[in-house]
Design a protein around this ligand. Structure first.
Ligand SMILES: NC(=O)c1ccc[n+]([C@@H]2O[C@H](COP(=O)([O-])OP(=O)(O)OC[C@H]3O[C@@H](n4cnc5c(N)ncnc54)[C@H](OP(=O)(O)O)[C@@H]3O)[C@@H](O)[C@H]2O)c1
Length: 182
């Protein structure tokens, strides 16, 4: 069985993305952790929305560290339509269809250069993988940032505050993080 690491970063007010991508909620330390996971990856798994987002850098673009790493886009929709969209955008990502019943099989069979797969999808596909792939691990990075999102009640606040962690406790799989203003 392969090692499947699902990597997610989340802001302290619950945002997974800002303006459609996760960099806005991330920090320098988070980015360093993210690149350390990428270095281990024999393949990257993403969702359709992440794959087609024109604002995101190409994961395996020529000349980048991952230019020989296969990138797989898992979809419950029509994979041929997705493959055509990826080709039109010039993205060397492979589209695969899955259902909740076949997702473990799909993960097991995709081309990879090592047995560690890293999922960089949003929470929707991350959930599917955690639910269906035995031994999948979630690496959740909690960023000390508030993130503004258009459409939320929070969007008019400038939301810039320096917080530092003063304590972390775990009780029955619940993590309590204490912050104070720096
Ligand atoms: N914080 C992080 O660590 C992190 C990491 C990666 C991505 N993200 C962010 O997470 C978001 C995406 O993940 P999510 O789970 O929150 O999104 P979501 O919209 O809840 O679910 C994504 C799924 O929606 C389906 N979908 C429906 N209509 C679509 C359309 N028009 N275009 C593309 N996909 C469509 C796709 O599934 P089917 O293909 O199966 O239909 C896709 O996989 C993006 O904003 C991305 O920037 C955050």
């Amino acid at each position: 069985m392969r090692e499947l690491i699902v990597s997610l970063v989340q802001s302290i007010n619950g945002s997974y993305a800002q303006d459609g991508w996760s960099t806005g909620v991330s920090t320098k330390a988070d980015f360093a952790y993210f690149t350390s996971l990428r270095r281990q990856a024999g393949a990257i798994i993403i969702d359709r929305r992440t794959a087609l987002n024109p604002n995101l850098p190409v994961i395996n673009g020529a000349g980048k560290a991952l230019d020989h790493t296969p990138v797989h886009v898992l979809t419950e929709s029509d994979p041929e339509v997705l493959a055509a969209q990826l080709a039109e955008l010039g993205l060397d990502y492979r589209a695969h269809h899955f259902t909740p019943d076949t997702v473990a099989e799909v993960v097991e069979s995709v081309e990879a250069t090592s047995d560690t797969l890293v999922c960089e999808s949003g929470p929707n596909l991350a959930y599917r993988l955690l639910d269906s792939y035995p031994g999948a691990q979630l690496h959740l990075s909690l960023s000390p940032r508030y993130s503004r999102n258009s459409g939320s009640h929070f969007c008019r606040l400038e939301a810039d505050i320096d917080l530092c962690v003063i304590d972390v406790r775990t009780v029955d799989d619940q993590v309590f993080v204490r912050y104070a203003k720096a």
